[in-house]
Design a binder for this molecule. Structure first.
Ligand code: AMP
Ligand code: MG
Length: 435
């Protein structure tokens, strides 16, 4: 990697096993303190309190249908051939509280969600009833002057949604650690909460370093390449639930790097840098980070071995290698879980899920390092096949574009035959998985 040049500094000693590196990274970060958020601001945040229902949900017994509130005993045995005739005494609509009482032999119109009126103990759906003119002999002239023919019997409490049927008062409806997805936010509102205590989204500053980097859209001069990592890492941070900002790109100059990193730390809850953490002559990022107390280390993984991780003051800094595939993979496997921990997710929800799959072809892996191979996943869970997306070099970004997962080759294996079972870190759920 350093080419014909001597290394600028000695390699940091030893390799850190991937699992140990992951554990150290997670031990080095902690959740941001919880804050109150208006419900509309909570989507995707992690709840930081248990929420109990202070009242029954629904708060009162109400109709599940548009129809007629009745006494079940009055319509026992009703059928299309032998409808029961009830005097229509009024109407009760959702949102109004009309003093209609359903006496024996009577009925009231009712709409979905309207409180069941006193005296009634069941609802007959509209489709099973027909409103007719009252017969003065049968129903008298009182009430609406109308009667209703009921063509179907209903059991007591039929088509009634009971108070507390969804959530009885006092029930814990959401627990701390829960992600505030749409239904959970709806539940907070349903139990009367205008605000919720949640962990903030981490603000992540992304800083690309490297003299050769050029903004997409500007002309490339000889020797220059596009900066693909900044936007990619920012998107990965957002996909992990963070807010991302891309800071100005930094040149491979210690003073510029120092100033840039200080700025990044002042702005963010976590900083992700790319490039310059290897042993090349111009790899100053790692050196500067080290001077700032952020330790360079070599993680026994492929791709992505040279990295740096540590706290600058309170702010976790992740120095990722510049090769785009290395950056991408290290972010997914080490930065993403850390950001999720900072965002308040519990320990069992930090990593992307893994599935078992069979290799469609033989693979190789450097001995002593855990390899994460970019694969497509086909088939269904239980019978998934993992196939390499193409050449696996750490500069081959196209291998990541197509990847639905990262197949894990354990550190103690230097090759695996076709048909071998591997764990695959799922990056993208395939259609047909029911996800
Ligand atoms: P480094 O980690 O600085 O030694 O860079 C390793 C390789 O990744 C080199 O080929 C760099 O040109 C390339 N590289 C570094 N930063 C980026 C970036 N932001 N976008 C794309 N490639 C990069
Ligand atoms: Mg570089």
């Amino acid at each position: 990697m350093a080419g014909p040049f001597p290394p600028a500094r000695p390699r940091p000693p030893g390799l850190v096993a991937f699992e140990r590196a992951r554990a150290e990274v997670l031990a080095g970060v902690r959740p941001l303190g919880a804050r109150e958020y208006a419900l509309a601001e909570t989507h995707g945040l992690v709840l930081a309190e248990d929420v109990a229902a202070p009242e029954d949900l629904p708060p009162f017994a109400n109709s599940a249908m548009d129809g007629f509130a009745v006494r079940a005993a009055d319509v026992a045995g009703a059928s299309a051939q032998r409808p029961r005739r009830l005097a229509l005494r009024g109407a009760v609509y959702a949102g109004t509280r009309e003093p209609v009482k359903v006496e024996p032999g009577g009925a009231a119109r009712i709409t979905t969600g309207a409180p069941l009126p006193p005296g009634a103990d069941a609802v007959v759906p509209l489709e099973q009833a027909e409103v007719v003119e009252a017969d003065p002999d049968a129903e008298g002239a009182a009430g609406t002057g109308q009667a209703v023919l009921i063509r179907q019997a209903v059991p007591e409490r039929g088509f009634v949604r009971e108070a507390g049927e969804d959530v009885p008062v006092g029930t814990v409806v959401l627990r701390a650690g829960q992600v505030l997805e749409p239904a959970a936010i709806g539940m907070l509102a349903a139990v009367g909460r205008p605000r919720a205590l949640a962990h903030p989204r981490p603000r992540v500053a992304v800083v690309a370093t490297g003299d050769e980097l050029v903004e997409p859209g500007l002309p490339l001069r000889p020797g220059q390449i596009r900066d693909s990592n900044a936007v990619m890492l920012a998107a990965q941070a957002r996909a992990a639930g963070a807010e991302a900002m891309i800071l100005p790109r930094l040149r491979d100059e210690p003073a510029a790097l120092r100033a840039g990193f200080a700025l990044a730390c002042a702005e963010a809850d976590a900083v992700v840098t790319s490039g310059g953490v290897s042993v090349g002559e111009r790899d100053h990022t790692g050196q500067v980070l080290e001077q700032l107390g952020v330790r360079p280390w070599r993680v026994a993984m492929q791709p992505g071995m040279p990295q740096a991780f540590g706290l600058l003051g309170e702010v976790p800094m992740f120095g990722l290698p510049g090769n785009p595939v290395s950056s991408f993979v290290v972010f997914e496997l080490l930065v993403r879980p850390a950001l999720r921990r900072i965002a308040g997710h519990p320990a069992d929800r930090l990593d992307r899920p893994r599935v078992a799959a069979r290799l469609a072809e033989p693979v190789r892996s450097p001995p002593g390092r855990t390899s994460f191979l970019r694969v497509t996943l086909t088939g269904a869970p239980g019978a998934l096949e993992a196939r390499l997306t193409g050449p696996q070099g750490s500069g081959v970004l196209s291998s990541c574009v197509a990847a639905g997962g990262l197949a894990v080759v354990p550190a103690d294996a230097d090759s695996l035959p076709a048909g071998a079972e591997v764990e695959v870190v799922v990056l993208r759920q395939a259609p047909g998985w029911g996800g």
